[in-house]
Design a protein around this ligand. Structure first.
Ligand code: HEC
Length: 147
């Protein structure tokens, strides 16, 4: 008799425990999803994260003087960067490649366009870093932010 009572109690206990284990598992799953979300955002880089090298800036300065300076002063790019806010730097690079210099679009080498973009970003206050900007590998995952 005593044993039976204990069995009933332990049955009740175990079903309650199963429910709470399920609830815990759900909570843990939610916590995992929630903690994963911010890290996805943390992985998306911006032009503030040191995404071009000093060598690119130096090379870009020369190309810029030859191919762009006649038509644009640096102030021009503050508004340009604002208008590209939140978009991948690759898209701006492609636009420049396809439309600039306005008198001879596409006339520079791809690398020269990349260097010019690095120079423009540097002149607008964004920091150099250890990794080069590269349209083939990383520029789709680096977003522009307004200067
Ligand atoms: C012959 C003049 C001329 C030259 C040289 C020139 N541009 Fe432009 N650029 C323009 C004009 C005109 C526009 C469009 C009107 C505007 O936005 O002021 C423009 C627009 C732009 C834009 C805005 C594009 C957009 O849609 O946001 C960028 C960025 C740009 N130029 C970069 C460059 C770079 C980099 C070079 C050198 C490789 C260059 N330009 C050379 C005349 C020129």
């Amino acid at each position: 008799m005593k044993k039976l009572k204990i069995d009933v109690v332990s049955d009740v206990m175990s079903s309650t425990m199963k429910n709470s284990i399920r609830a815990l598992a759900k909570a843990a799953l939610c916590a995992t999803v929630l903690s994963a979300a911010p890290s996805v955002f943390a992985d998306a880089k911006t032009i503030k994260d040191g995404v071009f090298t000093q060598a690119q800036v130096d090379a870009g300065a020369q190309t810029y003087d030859n191919a762009c300076k006649a038509c644009h002063d640096m102030r021009f790019y503050r508004d340009t960067l604002k208008s590209w806010d939140g978009q991948p730097v690759l898209w701006m690079w492609e636009t420049i490649l396809g439309t600039m210099p306005a008198d001879n679009p596409g006339s520079l080498m791809l690398e020269e366009y990349t260097d010019v973009v690095a120079y423009i970003l540097s002149e607008n206050g964004f920091p150099v870093g250890d990794t080069a900007l590269d349209p083939d590998t990383n520029m789709a995952d680096i977003n522009i932010v307004a200067p």
